[in-house]
Design a protein around this ligand. Structure first.
Ligand code: HEC
Length: 147
């Protein structure tokens, strides 16, 4: 599937970012302070980036199942509204890792921790604690390739 293909092509970028983050940690001074502005991006930033990279094409920027690729999937994509209670998150992490129905499995691309960050990000958007990202911020390239 072309969406999956384009996601795979992003992998080197993700790896490069991960390596540069580790390099940043190695720059920490002996007194424990870092020369980097922060050691690690916030969970919210990680979740937002991964949602914009891998999920919104089907699920939509705010998780309502209205992404540009949803129309091409037989059966469409269900809204995640009301499905993301705190007690649902562990089961949803497992679903995203393993794939379900027409949703691809993500265990090779996104680890469990980052999957959890991604789900908590979209939970916060669905429940109005965080603004949905602007369409233009959410991976325009994937939108055009994913049709
Ligand atoms: C190719 C389109 C597509 C992409 C990309 C996609 N999903 Fe899905 N997702 C679906 C479909 C379709 C379903 C409904 C599956 C079913 O119930 O058969 C679904 C269901 C889900 C569910 C609900 C599972 C349940 O048991 O109710 C969650 C949570 C979810 N996706 C999260 C994500 C996350 C997080 C990402 C990005 C890492 C993602 N999805 C990427 C299509 C997609």
């Amino acid at each position: 599937m072309s969406i999956v293909g384009s996601l795979r092509s992003l992998l080197p970028v993700v790896v490069a970012v991960a390596i540069s983050l580790f390099a940043g940690a190695a720059l920490a001074k002996p007194d424990g302070t870092s020369t980097m502005p922060s050691k690690r991006p916030a969970d919210y930033e990680v979740g937002k980036r991964l949602w914009a990279q891998s999920c919104w094409q089907c699920h939509g920027t705010s998780g309502k199942g209205d992404g540009p690729a949803a129309a091409a999937l037989p059966g469409g994509v269900p809204s995640l509204e009301g499905k993301m209670r705190a007690e649902d998150i562990p089961r949803m992490v497992a679903v995203v890792q393993a794939g379900k129905g027409r949703m691809p499995a993500y265990s090779e691309d996104i680890d469990e921790h980052d999957t959890r960050r991604t789900l908590i990000y979209i939970k916060d958007v669905l429940e109005g604690r965080k603004p949905p990202p602007a369409e233009k911020d959410a991976g325009d390239e994937d939108a055009s390739e994913g049709q």
